[in-house]
Write a protein that binds this ligand. Structure first.
Ligand code: TZP
Ligand code: MG
Length: 235
């Protein structure tokens, strides 16, 4: 099941006033699901554990209706309590191998990486996918230490490709500042011609404000999806 996950339009939630405003997160995510997002990550840095589990369960119910996996940011315990499909771990969270012991092989574990070394370690520890970034500076996450740009992401993709094995098979999404204006360029720049000795292609884009912050969330997600599927690429 987890091998079949479509990472192409990966939604990361945000519950802050600046992006969600006074709207209800579960309703907003439901609209995004209707628009066609393919993975949802529940990212909430402020709610207490009880509220994380409650909202996580409500989000999980919506995601299941659309057959879309839900992963929880930062918290393996919350993912276990919710019973969702997995977790997404940053460099300061539980490490991937410890999480794997708690979650088992069937759950999805994603890791944020900004460098080849971080990618190497995450893959070695058994990550299923990598969130590679930060692509472009973004006001959604102000404390991003590493803005690595398209070339930084390409370098990591190239490394994964040349290492082969699990590195080659790990799924990848890029994150940071992706929106309707740049998504086709990003997609194009991170896709490799199938006949060239260039790195593996990115599997998807991860987006926060371009969907959660949109006035019409369903339309914004659907638009990104169309742009991705009509993007010129070399595959
Ligand atoms: N990690 C790196 S950048 C980022 C995260 C969670 C936020 C991306 O937000 P946006 O609004 O899609 O630029
Ligand atoms: Mg984290």
């Amino acid at each position: 099941m987890k091998d079949q996950v479509d990472y192409s339009l990966y939604l990361v939630t945000d519950s802050t006033e600046a992006i969600l405003g006074s709207r209800d997160l579960v309703q907003v995510v439901e609209q995004a699901l209707l628009g066609g997002v393919t993975v949802v990550q529940y990212r909430d840095k402020t709610s207490d554990t009880g509220d994380l589990i409650k909202t996580g369960k409500a989000l999980h119910e919506k995601c299941r209706k659309h057959n879309v996996p839900l992963v929880i940011n930062d918290r393996v315990d919350v993912a276990l309590a919710v019973g969702c499909e997995g977790v997404h771990l940053g460099q300061d969270d539980m490490n991937v191998s410890e999480a794997r012991k708690l979650l088992g092989d069937d759950k999805i574990i994603g890791a944020t990486v900004s460098s080849i070394e971080e990618a190497r370690i995450a893959v070695e520890r058994g990550a299923d996918y990598l969130g590679i970034g930060t692509l472009y500076a973004t006001s959604t996450k102000k404390n991003t230490k590493d803005i690595i740009g398209i070339n930084g992401i390409r370098r990591i993709l190239r490394y994964l490709d040349t290492k082969g094995g699990a590195s080659k098979n790990v799924k990848t999404v890029c994150i940071g500042g992706v929106n309707a204006l740049n998504v086709q360029r990003v997609h194009y720049q991170l896709h490799a011609p199938s006949d060239a000795k260039t790195p593996k292609s990115i599997d998807g884009v991860a987006v926060v404000s371009a969907i959660i912050g949109a006035e019409d969330v369903e339309q914004a997600a659907a638009n990104l999806k169309t742009l991705l599927s009509t993007s010129p690429n070399f595959i």
